[in-house]
Design a protein around this ligand. Structure first.
Ligand code: GLU
Length: 589
């Protein structure tokens, strides 16, 4: 059957938001989206997750340990955004070595995949039908990614870092408005799968705010990891349960969904990748971001390179924002045309990221008027290796929301983690693995359904992502970290936050809280509820910019700023997604 599109309603007014009433090792403190101090710092969208990170830092763990602890807790409190049924990208700064490394643990297509995976009778299948089915599920990478991060750069093991999350899953947490709202937007999808309905629905309706929600099955899954390590996920009973859930989904009476074709070998052979970060410069900052298969680092760098040619600080805000939108449009045309899994496609990354190529792209911008949809450029002359076989194709613009989660942690020794992870759509495929309490991703729908295109499905390939965890340095010292959820809007949220902070001179909390304008080379720029008609909108409309008012907020960013006086400021959302949670180890009063 076709799943009803889980069209989310606008998120609730902040006045409705109640904080999650769980306390871990720390005494209860008022939830705050901004905190400044010394020692370690963390910003996530969930209070229990930020507290889990603090607990681990206080117990002597480093930023990597704390990031995994926070991520595991988000898997309990924000299960529709992320979890061990998905994957992600982690950027790590190792202070002692002064090196940035990245861990790609993106979901991977099972060996059964072909370029026709999402075609029926030569035509693309219905998107939502594929989402809520076994076909959309990629081999999850999260647990392998956490394992690699801890083994190589952490100081603790699963047993220690999963403890706070196990406690939250066991004792329960209080469902807030945001959580309940997300379930309400996905009732039809969740009702298709009894294991999901049992966890998140009550008589077919969203679990109401104020409910204490426990997830003993997920606590059990985490305990299995704590006892058995990474292999407890990729082989044995949990692996069999995943394969069964994907290939023969357990559905409610009368419901029919397609199964996938994933094998135990697909799980056993899953590998995370350590990848060289994407490095670019912008007005004296060194930026490190995620390389392919995420398009995030390259697209953010290209747009910033285009913007660098303008004296934005000297301009009226509307003029600078017009240029931001135009630069983003051009970068997206290239991102859609060229970028895909680097193990399958030789994308022209060096060309796309060169300052010379950016200068060519800049020539296409009219400072006084918005352009129509942009064509992809020709980056090949700007890179040495020109062996790029694939014909560019215009990518389809899919609806994007605030799916996914981003968190960032620093420790007292100066190590930093910027980590974005996901199960793709809200609630992923909608399928909870029976007996294990976690949702399976629908990441395979990040492939293009039709080709020819670099990002078509193939066996063992990772679909192109937009996740953009970013670290910025100035004069060799950490300056800030930033990242966001939100599908392809992740790129524009990270880009706009950097632009707000560096070019518009906003503080980081202002840069994060400002209205988001997401130009992805579509027919109109996506904006958040309430933007159209504002003075800022009217000023931009003078250059011909126009809007598509989205029903949802865009993104839920988290950032750290490393201040010149040695303190660090953790910054989360001041009003989006139920207000985020920023904590520091030692508060600066
Ligand atoms: N699948 C998306 C990506 O990797 C993230 C999920 C979302 O935020 O929609 O770019």
């Amino acid at each position: 059957m076709t799943a009803q599109r889980p069209r989310p309603r606008p998120l609730p007014h902040p006045a409705f938001i109640c904080s999650i009433l769980i306390s871990l090792a720390l005494p209860a403190a008022a939830k705050t989206p901004v905190a400044t101090g010394t020692g370690g710092a963390v910003a996530t969208i969930s209070e229990p997750a930020s507290q889990a990170a603090m607990t681990i830092l206080d117990r002597g763990g480093n930023a990597v340990d704390a990031a995994v602890a926070a991520a595991a807790t988000l898997g309990v409190t924000d299960p529709f955004s992320c979890g061990i049924g998905g994957g992600g990208f982690m950027v790590i700064y190792l202070a002692k070595d002064k090196r940035v490394i990245t861990i790609d643990h993106r979901e991977t297509a099972p060996a059964s995949f072909t370029p026709g995976a999402f075609l029926k009778d030569g035509k693309p299948m219905d998107f939502d039908t594929v989402v809520a089915s076994g076909r959309s599920v990629g081999v999850p990478g999260t647990v392998r990614g956490w394992h690699e991060a801890l083994e190589r750069y952490g100081s603790m093991r699963f047993r220690q870092v999963l403890a706070p999350a196990i406690e939250v899953a066991t004792k329960g947490f209080t469902v807030n408005e945001n959580f309940s709202h997300l379930v309400a937007g996905n009732e039809a999808k969740f009702a298709m799968f009894p294991a999901t309905a049992a966890l998140y629905l009550r008589n077919g309706k969203a679990v109401p705010p104020g409910t204490t929600l426990r997830n003993p099955d997920l606590a059990k899954a985490y305990k299995l990891l704590a006892a058995g390590g990474v292999n407890a996920f990729y082989s044995g009973g949990m692996a069999r349960a995943i394969v069964d859930a994907v290939n023969a989904p357990q559905v409610a009476a009368g419901v029919r969904v397609d199964g996938g074709n994933m094998t135990l070998a697909d799980l056993a052979n899953y590998e995370a990748r350590l990848r060289q970060p994407v490095h670019s410069t912008y007005r004296g900052y060194d930026l490190y971001g995620m390389p392919l298969p995420s398009s995030g680092g390259v697209a953010v760098a290209e747009a910033l390179n285009i913007l660098e040619g303008y004296d934005l600080k000297a301009m009226p805000r509307a003029q600078a924002e017009h240029l931001y939108l135009e630069a983003s449009r051009l970068a997206f045309a290239d991102r859609n045309a060229y970028l895909a899994d680097p193990e399958f496609v030789d994308a022209p990354v060096a060309g796309l990221m060169s300052k010379e190529y950016a200068a060519r792209r800049r020539e296409l911008i009219n400072p006084a008027h918005a352009s129509a949809r942009a064509q992809a450029g020709d980056p090949y002359p700007f890179q040495n290796d020109q062996s790029v076989p694939l014909r560019p194709s215009a990518g389809k613009l899919l609806p994007e929301g605030a799916h996914t989660t981003h968190l960032t942690v620093a420790d007292k020794d100066g190590n930093i983690v910027s980590y974005t992870y996901t199960i793709e759509s809200w609630g992923g495929s909608g399928m909870v693995v029976p007996g294990y309490g976690f949702l399976l991703n629908n990441e395979m729908t990040d492939f293009d359904f039709t080709g020819p295109a670099p990002n078509v499905p193939e066996a063992g390939k990772r679909p192109r992502s937009s996740m953009s965890p970013t670290l910025a340095f100035k004069d060799g010292k950490p300056a800030f970290s930033v990242g966001s959820p939100g599908g392809a809007t992740i790129i524009t949220t990270v880009l706009q936050t950097i632009f707000n902070y560096i070019d518009l001179g906003m503080t980081m909390p202002q840069a994060v809280d400002a209205p988001r304008l997401s130009e992805r080379n579509g027919m109109a720029t996506d904006v958040e509820p309430g933007f159209a008609g504002s003075a800022q909108a009217l000023a931009l409309e003078k250059t011909g910019q126009h809007w598509s008012q989205e029903p949802e907020e865009i993104g839920a960013a988290n950032a750290l700023v490393f201040n010149p006086d040695g303190t660090v400021t953790a910054v989360s959302e001041g009003h989006r997604h139920g207000v985020g949670s920023a904590l520091v180890q030692k508060s600066a009063h």
